[in-house]
Design a binder for this molecule. Structure first.
Ligand code: UDP
Length: 368
């Protein structure tokens, strides 16, 4: 069969949509196959009562890369949302990320030197290179913060003990000795005013998208459609789990509409004790400063992941990284196939990094 398109793109998430957009712009022919019945992958938002609901978990855009920021702003207008989540530990509220507001509430202190002295004393219980997340957390912020704000949340989130988790996960979180509740350190931050689906729609304008088509059910046949395949699904699924299964973490969401204008006063409230089964409640309207008389909230329950379900987080521990490296070696041998995105590259990517990765692939392809 004669390849009909230059590129067959599997998955209409951020990676696939950017790749499709850029190649179309360069005069190449592209087609996108999407297994679900909507575009956008896990950044998909569904608007209800004028409020974009983040259907697959909250997404807050942040980057320090001016190129990436300019890039996304071509398509949609971002608002000035700054993520300042709060932690609810057994009914007491602490500010996140760990900063002077958190320390003041925790120890009834006021000044950075007081906080530093307490944390220094607590972290000195450990010496040497942190071997796991628990040790890394204690080295970063001491035992009090670890026990109230990290341990329960993290163990729920990942479904295993902090002594069994890699240290790098917690390195995502800033620690500051200033009264600054901005969760991110990046230069640019915001949420598309109309939600993320509009961003994907604009990227895919004029692109042929086939919804409800599962590429993996007939991989060889679909591959014939184009000269090059761009695959953004799980890399182990692509190879039919030939080397074994990579681990992912799943999520379950419970969303409800409340007949009030403001439920929790903040977009993200983390529940950091182990006993509450969900990790956080998202109140979507606060992402876009909504003023509607109703509000939508979503409880986020971490869940074991089983084959066939949506995968949310790769579990990048040593065992899985080693298996991924073997899949990557297979992937490198696949002629005319590009693996991209959180699942295709098995990386705990933020959105800006996905964009960088997609634009990098576009550039490499354009040089060919
Ligand atoms: N974390 C925590 N307490 C919190 C929030 C985060 O211990 O209140 C830890 C937890 O281990 C989590 C990691 O920090 O897996 C990264 O959190 P982030 O909010 O970046 O995760 P995401 O939004 O990607 O789920």
């Amino acid at each position: 069969m004669q390849a009909q398109y230059d590129y067959l793109i599997v998955g209409s998430g951020l990676y696939g949509a950017i790749f499709a957009h850029e190649m179309k712009k360069r005069g190449r022919s592209v087609v996108v196959l999407e297994r679900r019945n909507h575009i956008g992958g896990n950044i998909y938002c569904e608007t209800k009562d004028g409020i974009p609901i983040h259907r697959y978990g909250a997404h807050i855009f942040h980057t320090s890369d001016e190129k990436v920021w300019t890039y996304v702003n071509q398509f949609v207008t971002f608002n000035h949302f700054i993520n300042s989540p709060v932690a609810n530990y057994k009914g007491t509220i602490y500010n996140l990320p760990f900063n002077m507001n958190t320390f003041a509430k925790m120890w009834n202190i006021r000044y950075p030197e007081e906080a530093k002295a307490i944390i220094e004393k607590q972290r000195s219980e450990l010496t040497g290179e942190p071997k796991n997340l628990e040790e890394q957390a204690i080295r970063l912020v001491g035992r009090d913060i670890y026990e109230r704000l990290i341990k329960g949340y993290t163990e729920k989130q990942w479904g295993r003990s902090c002594t069994d988790l890699p240290a790098f996960i917690i390195k995502r979180l800033p620690v500051r000795y200033t009264y600054d509740n901005n969760y991110f350190n990046d230069t640019y931050q915001g949420i598309p005013e109309e939600g993320y689906t509009v961003l994907i729609e604009r990227l895919l304008e004029g692109v042929e998208v086939r919804l409800g088509v599962d590429f993996l059910t007939d991989k060889e046949e679909y591959k014939q459609m184009a000269k090059t395949l761009v695959y953004t699904g799980s890399i182990d699924a692509y190879f039919d789990y030939a080397l074994g299964q990579l681990d992912y973490r799943g999520l379950r969401f419970e969303t409800e509409c409340l007949d009030k204008d403001n439920y929790q006063g903040v977009a993200v409230m983390n529940f950091t004790e182990r006993e509450v089964p969900y990790t956080r409640i998202i109140e979507h309207k606060h992402f876009v400063f909504g003023r509607q008389p109703v509000t939508y909230i979503t409880r986020e329950f971490p869940a074991a992941w089983k084959r066939g379900e949506e995968a949310y987080y790769p579990v990048n521990d040593a065992k899985n990284q080693a298996l991924y490296a073997r899949y990557k070696a297979l992937a490198d041998k696949e002629a005319h196939v590009i693996f991209g995105g959180r699942l295709g590259e098995y990386k705990y990517y933020d959105m800006d990094k996905v964009i960088e990765s997609a634009l990098g692939a576009v550039e490499r392809e354009s040089r060919r």
